[in-house]
Design a protein around this ligand. Sequence first.
Ligand code: UT7
Length: 331
Amino acid sequence: MSETGATPRVYARIAGTGSYLPANVVTNEDLSKVVDTSDEWIASRTGIRQRHVAADGETTGDLAYHASVRALEAAGVEASELDLIVLGTTTPDLVFPSTACLLQHRLGANGCGAFDVNAACSGFVYALSVADKFIRAGAARTVLVVGAETLTRMVDWSDRATCVLFGDGAGAVVLKADAETGILSTHLHADGGKKELLWNPVGVSVGFKEHEKNAGVRIHMTGNEVFKYAVKALDSVVEETLAENGLDRHDIDWLIPHQANLRIIEATARRLDMPMERVVVTVDKHGNTSSGSVPLALDEAVRSGRVERGQLLLLEAFGGGFTWGSALLRY
Ligand code: UT7
């Protein structure tokens, strides 16, 4: 309690970031030998030039581990200091235990709470929002938040409409309770009525049917419909975030968007009247890594020295569900 008797305000501040991409790179040129596509089509429609694909036996948990070790090092935090691990993924290693539990054990952080959040491509923003609430409520002081995926495991490599889009990767941040500044607000939304526009219809409880076993577990997407919905939803959540914080769109220093399609990113930047020099773009290097994409972009921007302490960052994401959300933070 403060001297006045009021509970002091606590923010969740990013103390360190980390990311990891598997070694194996597949270029647009490589894919044009497998399906009827071209570097020209993929680059002009999506901005993607290449993606990383996990090696046989390399799992979401492995990618999460490497990204987390880097984030802990950057934060100067030992795994044993963690109060909580929240991991966004839609491609967990196993049905259970959660990938967060597997990660906790491997990091040597045994004892703290650990759970996964499944919000498809919005997984990291959802996980960050949950972690922020734990810190604000005083239930945790040091939290590891991860977005990690091996989406290529459920890609149909014969479907040119989807196989060119996705890649594997992970990013992580360590949040610490801070009296001064950090995450200012988070905003989460979902619309479960649009599930068939972007989904993987195979599941545990609905049962694995014979024809699905043969067809394999794969992503189905009506790309142009998802595109339109994503642009509208992201416009709306950006407006909501600015209004909630009493900010003008010109107050934002950096936009750190979900990396699905450069044209969607440019549409959000236009809405913010933001020059592309203030937008972090990494989609060309790794395609859509789902939950991994926002923390991968954040880590690259931090490590390259572009994002500096004290700057105002707007993170946003959109994905299957549909789910979408944002986080505004003072880095
Ligand atoms: O992270 C979750 C959120 N996901 C997204 O945000 C993805 C949103 N959607 C998109 O990014 C875009 O819709 C795509 C990149 C998936 C597709 O771009 P588009 O400009 O919407 O193209 P389209 O689906 O309307 O297809 C246009 C044409 C079609 O041919 P016709 O019917 O015009 O003859 C497709 O068959 O492009 C064809 N096409 C391709 N051609 C060459 C589709 N995929 C390919 C391909 N190479 N890989």
